[in-house]
Design a protein around this ligand. Structure first.
Ligand SMILES: NCC(=O)CCC(=O)O
Ligand SMILES: [Mg+2]
Length: 343
């Protein structure tokens, strides 16, 4: 068979003529040159590790939808906090799986001084004072219906929820929380939390707003982790942002900053890199992404099936957040990636 020789019409330009000799591959030619021009880097300082807390002692439960992630009793969470601090992870974010008997229509248990979240904060702060603690004040782990607000006649009532969330934030600060991170998306909660913290002398407790939390299918495994998946009826579209919207996300972030948020968060993460970039460009404040449970589990599942290289996909996804403008990432991969970065 004759080899096919593509026709080169007379007068065709050479590649150097086409590119003007600007060859971008020049700096990609070797590992050393790629390292030299690398624009963004992931470090352990970028990581926030979300952990799940349960009652009891020496208890560790698998979460089937999140391979490698566990619910832990407070004593084991303290050990994990020690490990995280040794790895250099700056902060933990704690989420409770509250006993069913303690959940009710209004999520009143969030107002118990000694609920599991506050006990975990106290224990971790006592043992590992050098690690930052971020607590969520949303009601969903505490309500019998799994919604983030107080439910009356089929409506999530905004203002009553805000008052309860602000009161809970004060208890969390009193327990030692460094950053209050409300994830409920009620209107006015940032300002109400800031006022409540200041009125109680917690001027140094910061607020990381889940400013743009989208109504998303990617939270599925988390709902198994905190035990709300069987409880939740309907959806959260009356308070989370429609995932079709981007200008609305900017307005939410602007509002939360005006109310006193110190930091912004975008959630979920990877499908929302455009939002991260918009917020960073627009406001230039510390901006975080939450790489949520579904994002974690997709990488783990595809990797377990041999369809992708899990480690590489993990690192690529985390670096993508940095490129998009994030100052840090809440990720269930935190200890795994910290070990890798250290090694
Ligand atoms: N308030 C915290 C979350 O909703 C986390 C969601 C997830 O990881 O899917
Ligand atoms: Mg808002």
């Amino acid at each position: 068979m004759n080899k096919f020789t593509p026709a080169k019409p007379a007068g065709a330009r050479s590649v150097d003529e086409i590119t003007g000799s600007r060859r971008l591959r020049r700096m990609r030619k070797a590992d050393w040159s790629r390292r030299l021009v690398q624009e963004n880097r992931l470090t352990v300082d970028d990581l926030i590790w979300p952990i799940f807390i349960i009652d009891g002692e020496n208890r560790k439960e698998m979460i089937p939808a999140m391979p490698g992630v566990y619910r832990m009793s407070v004593d084991l969470a303290v050990k994990e906090a020690e490990r995280a601090a040794k790895l250099g992870i700056p902060a933990l974010a704690t989420f409770p799986n509250v006993e069913m008997g303690l959940r009710d229509q209004t999520g009143a248990h969030i107002l118990e001084r000694d609920n599991i979240i506050n006990r975990a904060t106290r224990a971790i702060k006592a043992a590992v004072p050098e690690i930052g603690i971020i607590t969520d004040v949303a009601l969903d782990p505490f309500t019998s219906h799994g919604h983030d607000g107080i439910l009356r006649d089929g409506i999530i009532v905004n203002d009553e929820t805000v008052a309860q969330v602000a009161a809970a934030a004060v208890l969390q600060a009193a327990a030692g929380s460094d950053i209050i991170a409300p994830s409920d998306m009620m209107d006015g909660r940032i300002g109400a939390i800031r006022d409540a913290l200041d009125d109680n002398g917690f001027h140094d407790v910061a607020i990381m707003s889940y400013a743009t939390k989208f109504a998303s299918a990617f939270y599925g495994p988390y709902r198994e982790a905190i035990g709300t998946q069987g409880l939740l009826k309907g959806d959260k579209k009356t308070y989370y942002i429609d995932h079709a919207n981007s200008d609305e996300a900017v307005r939410e972030a602007e509002q939360d900053l005006a109310e006193g948020a110190d930091m912004l968060m975008v959630k979920p993460g990877l499908p929302y890199l455009d939002i991260i970039r918009r917020l960073k460009d627009e406001f230039r404040v510390p901006t975080f992404a939450y790489q949520v449970s579904g994002e974690y589990s997709m990488i783990k599942a595809a990797s377990a099936n041999g369809w992708i290289d899990g480690e590489k996909a993990m690192l690529e996804s985390l670096l993508a957040f940095k490129r998009a403008g994030c100052d840090g990432i809440l990720t269930y991969f935190a200890p795994e990636v910290a070990e890798m970065l250290k090694g």
